[in-house]
Structures are given as C-alpha cells and as structure tokens.
Ligand binder design. Structure first.
Ligand code: S3P
Length: 436
C-alpha cells in the first residue's frame, strides 16, 4: 500500500481543474444507459466510484467507451437492460449500490449487487424497505447488507415519507418510480442534493417538485414521451473535491487559488456559505447555468477562520464536507463542533472514530460523541506531523493531508491511494499548488 508524505506548506497558489462531479457522473452514467442512443458525457469523473458505475452499466448491456474524461454511453432504451451473468460490483460506492438497486428493482430479471469490504458493512435496509413496498423482491445479508439479490418486478407507484435525509434513498425511489405504474413521490425531512431530479429532467423524464416533495411519472403512465433520450452532457467540476483546496487555502495566509468550472448547485454550496460565515475569503465568478446545473469559478484567498458549531438541518447538506471541517478545527479560533451527524459512522468508514483517532495522533484536543465530535481550536496548541490511518476512506486521507500542511513536521498518510475513490490526482495537485 502506498504512503504519501505531506510536508508543511506556507501557502497554496495557482489554478486548479477538478475531476468531474462524482454525484452527477453516477446519475448521467445510469440514465444514459437507460436512454435510447448514445450520450456523450464530457468531463466525466475520474473517481474509481464512478468507474464502478460504468462497469455495472456495461455488465447490464449498455455500451461504454472511455476516452480520457469523455465517456460515450449507448443505451437501448428504458426496457433495454439485460441481466448480467456475474454479480454487479459497486466497489466502494454507496451511490452506485443504492441508486442501481432502484433501477434493478424495476427490471424483468434478477441481479446480484455486491461491493468491497467497506460497502458490505454499510446499511442497505434504507433502500430495501421502500423498494419492497413498491413490489420488488430484495434479499440481503441480515436483511440490511450487501450482497443484495434483487428480483425485479412490476412496480407499484407509492408516496414515500423518507425517515432520513438521504439523497441516495430519495434517488433509489425516484429511479424505481421510472418503472412503476403511475406517479411515485418522495418527501424528504430535510433538503438533500437534487442531482437525480435534475438529471432525470435532462433525459426527458417528467418530474415535479413541491417544497420537499418530488414526484416522478412512471414511463408507462401515458405522460411525457415514455422514454429517456440520449444527449451530450457536460459534468461540472466536483465541489466536494474542491473543498479540500478551499480549506487549505483558507487556513494558510497568503494563499491565492482560482478553481475553475466548479459545480455550484445550491443543494451543494452550504459549505461555501459556512466557510464565508466563518470568515473565509471566497468569491464566485462567472456563474452560469449549464444543463440544469449551476457552474462557476471560485477565487479563494488566505484568511483566518472563526470555527463554530454545525448541527441539525445543516448536516445533510454538508455531509461529505464534515471530515474536512473537523480536521480544520485546530486551525480555527473557536474550534469546530459537529452534532446530529451519527450518519458519519456509516460512511466509507466510521468517520467520527477515524477523525477523532487521527486528530489525536496529531496532538489535537478532541471529544468524540455518538453523533459527532468537538475539536478544540488554535489555543489548544499547534498540530504536529504524525502517521495517519485513513481506514481506506478517501475523505479522511484528503482531510488529513490538508491538516498536515499547517502542522509542525511531516505527516505520513498510510494507504494514500484510497484518495482515488473520488480524486485520483489529489496528492499530485496538492504538491503542485503548495509553496514550501
Ligand atoms: C450522495 C449522497 C450522500 C453523500 C454521498 C453521495 C449522492 O449520501 O454522502 O457521498 O450522490 O447521492 P447519503 O444519501 O447517504 O447521505
């Protein structure tokens, strides 16, 4: 396993191009595989997770051609998927497994869905439950874990009151709704990212939104064209990847970054508002709408962060950014407190435990709680370089590489390759932009 040594840096400077947005790439790949014709997906994510989705779609009969970051996916229409002779492997990707479960529930064949060791420990009951209510026959280990066996069937439309705020659960139900008779609706308890709704509209599905409720008309319901239509799409840069650089630049004075072509969908930008409220210097430039998604550049300058508490409805909108925020705690004036985020324990790793353990390795003062953690600010002392164990979790590896930039002495990130799950060139880009 590869190790990466991160040296302290004075500041970050230069321009940055991001990998394509991971969440959007998954959705475009799946819907392109259900559309009639060839969709050219440009600036498709380099993340291993999104390539797991492409592999699954290929195994289900879609034609997939990859040329650098342009991916051509040819589907045979919404009834065109074929049964895969082997188990579909979602790798490390929860989005692949949960969203595909929704699609597979509506097929006229049986599929097996599996994933790596981490994914096999993550809860799938949250999608098994609603998909069963729609009529699918799904079996999993202990009724909650992969491998999943999904016997697709004719689905009934339903209204689902989601017990948790999860874009993956919402998406699984909406995707199953494509194949159901009638109108399927989902009401979420708090807002989550809406890329599935936007992507479904782009491909021609009929979607309606009303506050926290989204409705989808089943393709056989007589409304709309009854099919999904292939189209060329540009994937914006991944804001959740940009966040590591925004965080680094914000705590290293004299930093000056320009991040190009970032996806700025309002259901993802809570992190920018939070950074701004803590005193970060971030400017959005050239904001434009692109195929339903907002895109722009971000200019980030060094500043001094105040810190503060993050809780309640903020959590689902910041869920992937919480590791970075916690690891920044020791660089803020007041520290960082995260509450109501027990969900972090069932991500790619138990992120609360991984954060607490590695922050302590660097000398931070941390209180670990069942639903979050409290990390003391600057006054508790400077971080020191340490050996970091990311537990195979990309966001933990990257968060601590950033924390290492302001520490005393070098930090070693074990199993640093795991960053490739979302950002294969992360360390290369960080080294290029860090001035030592
Ligand atoms: C995602 C939704 C979130 C997020 C994950 C990507 C998506 O998961 O953490 O990285 O693309 O829909 P949950 O729906 O489990 O909150």
């Amino acid at each position: 396993m590869k190790k990466e040594t991160v040296q302290p840096a004075k500041y970050l400077t230069g321009g940055l191009e991001l990998p394509g947005d991971k969440s959007i790439s998954h959705r475009y790949a799946m819907l392109a595989g259900l559309a009639e014709g060839t969709s050219e997906l440009r600036h498709f994510s380099a993340a291993a997770d999104c390539h797991s989705t492409l592999d699954c779609m290929r195994a289900l009969g879609a034609e997939v051609k990859i040329d650098k970051d342009t991916v051509q996916v040819t589907g045979s229409g919404v009834r065109g998927l074929k049964s895969s002779w082997r188990a579909l492997d979602a790798g490390n990707s929860g989005t692949t497994m949960r969203l595909l479960a929704g699609i597979l529930a509506g097929q006229a064949f049986t599929s097996k869905l599996t994933g790596d060791e981490s994914l096999q420990k993550r809860p799938m009951g949250r999608v098994i439950g609603p998909l069963r209510e729609m009529g699918a026959d799904i079996r999993g280990r202990e009724d909650n874990f992969a491998p999943l066996e999904i016997r697709g069937s004719r689905l009934k439309a339903m209204h689902y009151m989601m017990p948790m705020a999860s874009a993956q659960v919402k998406s699984a139900v909406l995707l199953a709704g494509l194949f159901a008779d009638g109108v399927t609706s989902v009401t979420e308890p708090a807002g989550t990212r809406d890329h599935t709704e936007l992507a479904l509209e782009e491909f021609g599905a009929q979607i309606e939104k009303d506050g926290r409720t989204v409705r989808i008309h089943g393709l056989g319901s007589g409304n709309g064209s009854g099919k999904l239509i292939a189209k060329p799409l540009d994937v914006p840069g991944d804001l959740s990847s940009a966040v590591f650089f925004i965080a680094a630049a914000s705590v290293l004075p004299d930093s000056n970054l320009l991040i190009h072509n970032v996806g700025l969908n309002p259901t993802r930008t809570a992190i920018l508002d939070l950074f701004a409220s803590m005193g970060a210097s971030i400017q959005m430039l050239g904001l434009k709408s692109s195929q339903g998604e907002l895109v722009g550049d971000l200019s980030v300058k060094g500043s001094s962060l105040k810190g503060g508490a993050i809780a309640g409805r903020q959590i689902p909108l910041l869920i992937d950014e919480l590791p970075m925020l916690a690891a920044l705690g020791p660089y803020t004036e007041e520290g960082i407190e995260i509450r109501d985020a027990a969900e972090l324990r069932v991500k790619e790793s138990d992120r609360i435990a991984a954060l607490a353990e590695n922050l302590r390795r660097m000398g931070a003062t941390v209180e670990e709680r069942p639903d979050g953690l409290k990390v003391a600010g600057r006054r508790a002392g400077k971080l020191r370089g340490a050996e970091i164990e990311p537990r195979g979790d990309h966001r933990i590896a990257m968060a601590f590489a950033v924390a290492a930039l302001g520490a005393e002495g070098n930090t070693v990130i074990r199993n640093s390759d795991c960053a490739g799950v979302s950002f294969p060139k992360f360390f290369e880009e960080l080294n290029r932009m860090a001035d030592r």
